[in-house]
Design a protein around this ligand. Structure first.
Ligand code: DC
Length: 221
């Protein structure tokens, strides 16, 4: 009898497409480390804004990124990125970071700075004896883990997504962010070939989780 494979579940999708709730539910059900890479881009953005580094000043940006030290702290089942030992504050969900994050995330140096760190979450998951990890973002199935056990792409109608954000009481420039995230040259938001595309517009969170869980359970058989 062989042991279960270490699971790498990639979930990509636009802003407010339901990635976070879905990933958290899967992490709980299958004992996975939950990795929200959007929070990493948000944390870097907050740090660069705090230091007054513009996304258009590539020399200062490069020099600053080279100085940043990333590590991970567990928060329940979720991986929290620390920058120079500091966790992100609540401001990463605020309007200022939300409106700037896509500009910083479009810069190849910023993406490069996070690449190895994101892949390294596999070691964090193994070290803490998780059965695998579920990583959500924009380029997880296309760039970070193209060989993941399963790659999902979630989408939903813009009106439905705006409703979800409003219900959370959060201001979000969903359409602008999606446009910037989809049109950038490096690692754009795309449903990569071979990924499982799920339209969640008319599905409840439970229905999406059930669909994905059935496919994950097959991999564990
Ligand atoms: O998932 P989120 O909305 O919190 O992500 C914030 C921003 O980070 C998003 O607009 C684009 C960027 N991002 C990215 O470029 N690549 C990822 N893997 C995750 C997020």
């Amino acid at each position: 009898m062989g042991s279960s494979p270490f699971l790498i579940i990639a979930i990509d999708g636009g802003a407010a497409s339901g990635k976070s709730s879905t990933s958290r539910a899967l992490a709980e059900r299958f004992n996975l480390l939950h990795v929200d890479t959007g929070s990493f881009y948000r944390h870097i953005t907050a740090e660069l804004l705090r230091r007054g580094v513009s996304h258009t000043d590539s020399a200062t940006l490069q020099a600053t990124l080279a100085q940043l030290n990333f590590s991970t702290q567990l928060d329940g089942r979720s991986a929290r990125m620390l920058i120079d030992g500091q966790p992100a504050g609540d401001e990463i969900r605020g309007e200022q970071v939300t409106s700037h994050v896509s500009h910083y995330a479009a810069i190849p140096d910023v993406r490069r700075a996070l690449l190895g760190y994101q892949r390294g979450q596999v070691d964090v998951a193994r070290e803490h004896r998780f059965a695998g990890l579920v990583m959500e973002g924009r380029d997880i199935g296309s760039v970070i883990f193209p060989d993941a056990t399963l790659r999902f792409f979630l989408h939903a109608d813009p009106a439905e997504r705006a409703k979800r954000r409003a219900a959370e009481g959060r201001a979000d420039s969903i359409a602008t962010r999606d446009q910037l995230d989809s049109s950038r040259k490096t690692a754009p938001l795309v449903c990569p070939p071979g990924a499982i595309d799920i339209d969640s517009t008319h599905l409840t969170l439970e229905q999406v989780v059930e669909k994905m869980s059935a496919l994950i359970a097959e991999k564990l058989r």
